[in-house]
Design a protein around this ligand. Structure first.
Ligand code: SAM
Length: 300
């Protein structure tokens, strides 16, 4: 897939991948995770890029502390194949991207020859394997507004939570335009019988609603920024820590790891970086001029 809003083909076909030595090994990644548990780390999300394309990703999941909430975001194309192994490896939850149910719109949004049927089979396999499932749908004007109602309808009567995402100005390559943002408010006007429910916890990114027995959420980072509550750090495959999805620079952890830092030194470094962070991109977007890192590099 080369989703137009994330990795447009004209920028990402033929780009060079990082060499094996440049990316952190599973052992190094697990070491960072273990170092951060004493700081209060509760949840890990494996994302990307496409996490199911990383070889032996289930071996990595097995290495992660089981007391953590372990989640993955995936395009779902390989989910049918991996669902049981993911669940057996200790993954708790999976978020599957699905922007449309009709083939034409799915293929236009994702710039792909794949079909939504493959993703739907992956979702079903994940449910049967006992994983909790959410669906992420990015709604972009001129592409898939008509999918809002259809996607919600498709999952009525299941325990799948649908989350609609405003088209965000992440990175520098997706030709973002404010005019193409369908706000959460606009999406809600396309859905009947919604009633708001309380957030599960502080820092929850989605504004949650009930619709009958169904749960629906809206991630409104453009129209209703939630920087003040954000508690997410991101680690790129090459070992940099980013304190904001819209950051332009990361903080190098790989050099520390490869110079033999122990867990408490890694924890101290991260505490230090985190306590000094002042990112609030979504609130200050108009005044930002530095080049932003791509979402596919630090994970959505
Ligand atoms: N490859 C995986 C996938 O397709 O879900 C994981 C990575 S993807 C970057 C993670 C999530 O970010 C997806 O749900 C995707 O739809 C969302 N996303 C990517 N670009 C976005 C944008 N410009 N605005 C809003 N959401 C975006």
């Amino acid at each position: 897939m080369r989703c137009r809003y994330c990795m447009p083909r004209e920028h990402f076909d033929g780009h060079e991948f990082l060499s094996r030595e440049e990316i952190l090994t599973y052992e190094e990644l697990a070491f960072v995770v273990e170092s951060l548990v004493p700081l209060g780390l509760q949840k890990i999300r494996l994302t990307g890029g496409e996490p199911l394309l990383r070889r032996d990703v289930c071996d990595f999941i097995k290495m992660l502390p089981k007391e953590l909430d372990l989640a993955m975001t995936t395009n779902g194309l390989l989910l049918e194949k991996f669902a049981v192994e993911l669940a057996e490896s200790g993954l708790d939850r999976v978020t599957v991207s699905l922007d449309a149910l009709d083939v034409e719109t799915f293929q236009a949004m994702g710039d792909t020859k794949e079909t939504p049927e493959t993703v739907l089979r992956g979702i079903e396999a994940a449910r049967l394997a006992g994983l909790k499932v959410k669906v992420n749908a990015v709604i972009r004007a001129g592409y898939n507004e008509h999918s809002v109602e259809k996607i919600a309808e498709r999952f009525i009567g299941t325990d799948v939570i649908v989350r609609y995402i405003e088209f965000m100005d992440v990175g520098e390559t997706n030709s973002w335009d404010n005019g193409e943002v369908i706000t959460g408010e606009m999406m809600r006007s396309m859905l009947e019988n919604l009633s708001p429910i309380e957030p599960n916890h502080i820092g929850e990114v989605a504004n949650r609603y009930k619709r009958g027995t169904q749960e629906i959420g809206f991630i409104e980072s453009v129209s209703k920024p939630f920087c003040g509550d954000c508690n997410r750090a991101r680690i790129s495959a090459d070992g940099s820590l980013y304190t904001c999805l819209f950051a332009s620079k990361g903080n190098d952890l790989k050099s520390m790891l490869r110079m033999g830092a122990n867990k408490s030194q890694i924890a101290d470094a991260v505490r230090n970086i985190w306590s000094k962070r002042d990112d609030a991109y979504s609130e200050t977007r108009g005044k930002f001029s530095s080049e932003k890192v791509e979402m596919s590099f630090i994970g959505g």
